[in-house]
Ligand binder design. Sequence first.
Ligand SMILES: *Cc1c(COP(=O)(O)O)cnc(C)c1O
Length: 375
Amino acid sequence: MTFHQRHGLQPVINARGSFTPLGVSRSSPQVAHAAAEALGQFVVMDDLQAVLSERVARSFGAEAACATHCVAAAITLAVAASMTGDDATRIAALPSTDGLPNRIVIPAGHAVDYGHPILTDIRLAGATPVLAGSERGCDTAQLEAALAAPDVACLLLVSSRLVRGEPVDLAAAVAAAHRRGVPAIIDGAAQDWRIDALLATGADLVLVSAHKYLASPTCGLIIGRRRLVDACRAQERGIGRAMKPTKEAMVGVLAALDERQRIDVDAWRDEQQRKLQAFIARADVLNGLEAVELPDPSGMPFSRLALTVLPSHPLASATRLAEALRRGEPPIWVMEHAAADGVLILELVALRDDEVHAIFERLLQLGRAADPGQR
Ligand SMILES: *Cc1c(COP(=O)(O)O)cnc(C)c1O
């Protein structure tokens, strides 16, 4: 019996990337073993946090780090920490922010929705988001205007392919926050390959989902200045209780970091290119589709596959093709955010060759003829 049969679940091919509704990522056997071993042990959780802090800080040249349930939690806790510091009374009072600076500045184009609105993470701490600039962009002057308001607690920036408008110069934005005397926090949830680059902007805290490309059990990492990291940890006696990390996740993160350290990055990158280029090289037999390489817009070290659905395709629509892929056996999920422009985007990073092959075969079949009953 397969895993899916045993649990009465449907297998699925996930070409949609580190997508939470599909289980985000696949841990390696070594990471799974480390997490399983932790499940059978008692540990002093503060000691485990200290070990993780030391390990993460050493890897990325930061002062300190801590683990939390996920990055949604890390955003709420980092916002809380920027309002309360380590003051026990203020921490216990949250989400009431009476008497505290509680406005959180965020560029308008960074108010992303990654499954829910990031503004909800801010509000959960009792804070009030303040949007700077517009959807089209946010320059340093617009940011400074928003930061000049009274009661500002911190600047929140997002590094993600989900941001909209002209790119914000992160280092300049961080410098603007520091001129105003407030910390700058970067949500780099899916940017675990770029932690060094995000810390190099001068950001006080960088938040990363270890379960995305690092492929650990679900765990958020808060990395940066010790004083703020400690203030995030202190929230566990207040709103943070519901956001705590598990021992198995933290031990899984340590194993995943060991694995990442051992990786030959050039070889890894070559392997991703091989998978992608093998697909593209054969794609001229796919009727009504055009396949090209799409580099990651945020600078992650891999590309995705962009499939343009031409009018000559039997389904003649990217949305209908995505639906047909999802209706098949097993369902195939792809990125649909560009479907209105006739483009489906596929991420192959986490997929085995047999899964990439299955996607190719399905596309071949769907390009031959539309099922008239489904039009
Ligand atoms: C995935 C994601 C999050 C949420 O991360 P979780 O660890 O799943 O809570 C936050 N921000 C961005 C930009 C993301 O991509």
